[in-house]
Ligand binder design. Structure first.
Ligand code: ADP
Length: 412
């Protein structure tokens, strides 16, 4: 079975075509990115193995962009299939599923309506996801389309973890609560870590740190998410590339009342001008910030210090939440590659049972690995994330099974 995995933004579509193996693994036949959809000149970057082709043609809308993608997959030097009929199912990444979706499922009119109902909760992300789904369904109406939600893994959070201490009515009437994001990545590394540790998933307790441009940490008890650092929106929690993470909510009132900022300006400040970028003044990219810190830039060093300090606090808190922790797991571009961030995060956590082996941490290995010292009571793992592999796996499983009825959404 060939599964097309897509992630639709407002002007871009990221894709990969995967051939499924027997054991739910998959191999990437081709991948790519269509950018600048709707602009006078759009761009498609199509990769097969290490060879890349770049095309510049106009894609007026998402449907046209899917057309370009399918042409790249089926025609010309980057062709990996004989025609669109060799695409057996399409898996869509959907950012917000609110409380209606606790797992991936096949898309039908009801599911589309339920995703639409989540738009007020994810006004930036769900509309382009929906546009992409509709365009793909129009172009490939005969194959199953599956939605995989970034929030679904966190639907097992207990009320004490997902409710804010604000009037309960706001939850019952408007579903204002913590949702958590990056669920596909946290779930992928949870399952992979259980496999790596050779433990049954339902008896595995983990703290999973997804550290990319966006960053979040999740407490996993018996294979299920029980707390996570992102909240109603992806702004809460850790320091990120451009997001502040946790602040006193009254900061927003102060910025409006004392500094005369508009609500949009505060939104922009906290989501796009804060985090590593805001603190360092250098970049949102950890590699750049690290280079600058090594070159003596004090603010860049401070940004890294605050980044690791915040993460260390969460690891401590989630250790208390879980009681027993089998492993601390690092993933994402920073978590997988930045040894100095792992080292600084774990510094001082030895009394809690996290003892890093300096040499293992510094080794430039790839793939799943254990960085804990032999005597460490808890394991410290790097598990490279692969959200697309998980989307492909869910899609293949659901596409092979009988169609299911969508749940009735509970969002307003
Ligand atoms: P996204 O969240 O967009 O998927 P990634 O998971 O690719 O992002 O992570 C991007 C982050 O990872 C950037 O801050 C980047 O600097 C960082 N990163 C990638 N490689 C390294 C590295 N070798 N050392 C330090 N940071 C790295």
């Amino acid at each position: 079975m060939n599964v097309l995995v897509v992630n639709c933004g407002s002007s871009s579509i990221k894709y990969s075509l995967r051939r499924m193996g027997r054991d739910e693994s998959s191999t990437v036949l081709a991948s790519g990115l269509v950018e600048k959809i709707g602009e006078p000149v759009s761009r498609i970057r199509h990769m097969v193995g290490r060879s890349e082709t770049v095309g510049e043609v106009r894609a007026a809308d998402h449907q046209a962009a899917f057309g370009l993608m399918i042409a790249a997959l089926a025609e010309g030097p980057g062709a990996v299939i004989a025609g669109p009929k060799e695409i057996d199912a399409v898996g869509h990444r959907v950012v917000h599923g609110a409380e209606g979706f606790t797992e991936s499922l096949r898309i039908d009119a009801k599911v589309l309506a339920a995703i639409e109902a989540c738009v007020p909760l994810a006004p930036l992300h769900n509309p382009p996801n929906l546009t992409g789904i509709r365009a793909a369904m129009a172009l490939m109406p005969d194959v199953p389309h599956v939605a995989v939600f970034d929030t679904a893994f966190h639907q097992t959070l207990p009320r004490r973890a997902f409710l804010y201490a604000i009037p309960y009515d706001l939850y019952s009437s408007s579903r204002i609560r913590r949702y958590g994001f990056h669920g596909t990545s946290h779930r992928y590394v949870t399952e992979a870590a259980a496999g790596f540790l050779d433990r049954p998933l339902d008896r595995t307790n983990l703290i999973t740190c997804h550290l990319g441009n966006g960053c979040s940490v999740t407490a996993v008890a018996n294979g299920k998410s029980v707390d996570t650092s992102m909240g109603l929106t992806p702004l809460e929690g850790l320091v990120m590339g451009t997001r502040s993470g946790d602040v006193d909510p009254a900061l927003a009132f102060h910025l409006v009342r004392a500094l005369g900022m508009s609500v949009d300006q505060v939104d922009d400040l906290l989501n796009r001008r804060s985090g590593l970028l805001g603190l360092s003044g250098v970049s949102n990219d950890m590699r750049e910030v690290t280079k600058s810190a090594k070159g003596g830039n004090d603010r860049a060093a401070l940004a890294i210090d605050i980044f690791c300090y915040r993460l260390r606090k969460y690891v401590g808190a989630y250790t208390a939440v879980l009681g027993r922790v089998d492993a601390l797991v690092f993933t994402g571009g920073i978590g997988e590659n930045a040894a100095h961030i792992r080292e600084e995060t774990c510094r001082g956590l030895e009394p809690l049972g996290y003892v890093l082996d300096a040499a293992k941490n510094a080794a430039r290995n790839r793939g799943p690995r254990d960085l804990a010292a032999a005597e460490s009571p808890k394991r410290i793992l790097v598990i490279p994330t692969d959200e697309e592999a998980l989307i492909a796996r869910d899609t293949a499983r659901i596409a092979s099974a009988a169609p299911r009825r969508a749940p009735t959404p509970r969002t307003t």
